[in-house]
Design a protein around this ligand. Structure first.
Ligand code: GTP
Ligand code: MG
Length: 309
């Protein structure tokens, strides 16, 4: 530690995913969890009519990253974000959940650190509180002085499982898979940066298939296979682009060296599967849930975090 970091910073979980997936809604759900009383729940409420006492704040498109401090119980196999840890005197692990803007033009900065051997996120020294404000109200840019460096422990990539099912409202699958492809490729590049035999600490990825309260939403298994199929298409198209331009090909037209590094997953395969990422020590799991409405809820995601930070 240098003299400029007088206190240790909590590890972080990075929340990525396309715009409208529900990232900011999830952050406010987790943050309000322990304060929220089940009796107040109105199953018929829509995001527009939720009151302040509701578990989820009204969100709008995020402009800048912001983070909240959370704690997950470690003394139970089934932790819930609703746990009142203080009241229970529970042992818990604290972490930062870092929300990011999903808009393609705003997310370039979030991908860069993922290829670092020991990725850190800049956390503004004043943590925002989403409980009374919208996501942008209390954030500051990560370039601000006084930003703390937090160790990245895990990534949640959130997708809108209802949008993925709906081919009429434009194709959400292609841009969603494209973003996930970039995230996984960044982590794969990180793996190749290892020095000697010492592998970098693994950073697992949870694909959170959100909005399963909507009957039109794809179940998690279909979210998984659709994303895998689309990523197969993307990597095939990209490798064709490399071949056409003659980059990295020898006389026999064989792609080698650097271009093999730019191929996501097991080299040369036809169908991509998330399992291939284990070759690069990247665990990818797809779990369904919902932030608002009736459904499996968000506790499976919370549990996933608790097991990995
Ligand atoms: P950006 O900030 O633009 O990247 O989007 P975001 O991922 O932060 O999305 P946000 O949390 O703002 O949610 C977008 C909309 O989806 C809001 O109207 C939410 O209320 C709604 N939403 C979030 N989660 C769920 C869910 O589980 N079910 C349903 N039905 N709607 C949800
Ligand atoms: Mg947001």
């Amino acid at each position: 530690f240098s003299a400029t970091t007088p206190y240790t910073t909590l590890p972080s979980v990075l929340l990525l995913g396309p715009s409208g997936a529900g990232k900011t809604a999830l952050v406010t759900l987790f943050e309000r969890g322990p304060l929220y009383h089940r009796q107040q729940q109105q199953s018929t409420s829509t995001p527009e009519t939720l009151a302040v006492s509701s578990p989820v704040a009204k969100t709008h498109t995020s402009q800048v990253p912001f983070s909240v401090e959370l704690a997950v119980a470690t003394d139970t196999p089934n932790p819930s974000y609703r746990d009142d840890l203080d009241a229970r005197g529970a042992t818990a692990k604290k972490f930062l959940l870092v929300d990011t803007p999903g808009h393609a033009k705003l997310r370039s900065n979030v991908l860069a650190p993922l290829s670092d051997l020991a990725p850190t996120l800049s956390i503004p020294s004043t943590l925002s509180s989403a409980s009374t404000s919208t996501s942008t109200a209390t954030t500051s840019r990560s370039s601000d002085t006084g930003a703390q460096k937090s160790k990245l422990k895990a990534i949640i990539f959130m997708v809108d499982a209802a949008a993925l099912a709906d081919s009429s409202s434009g194709d959400a699958l292609a841009p969603t898979a494209e973003y996930l492809y970039e995230v996984l490729l960044a982590l794969q590049r990180r793996f190749h940066k290892r020095v000697g035999s010492r592998a970098p600490r693994s950073i697992p990825v949870l694909v959170a298939a959100n909005k399963l309260d909507l009957f039109t939403a794809l179940p998690a298994a279909l979210v998984k296979s659709n994303l895998e199929a689309e990523i197969s298409r993307i990597r095939k198209a990209r490798s064709k682009g490399l071949l056409d331009s003659g980059v990295g090909t020898d006389e026999a037209g064989v792609v080698g060296g650097d271009e093999a590094d730019d191929w996501l997953g097991a080299y040369g395969g036809d169908k991509f599967s998330f399992k291939e990422m284990m070759e690069f020590d990247v665990e990818v799991e797809v779990i369904g849930g919902n932030v608002v409405g009736e459904g499996p809820g968000a506790d499976m995601w919370w549990k996933w975090i608790g097991e990995r930070i």
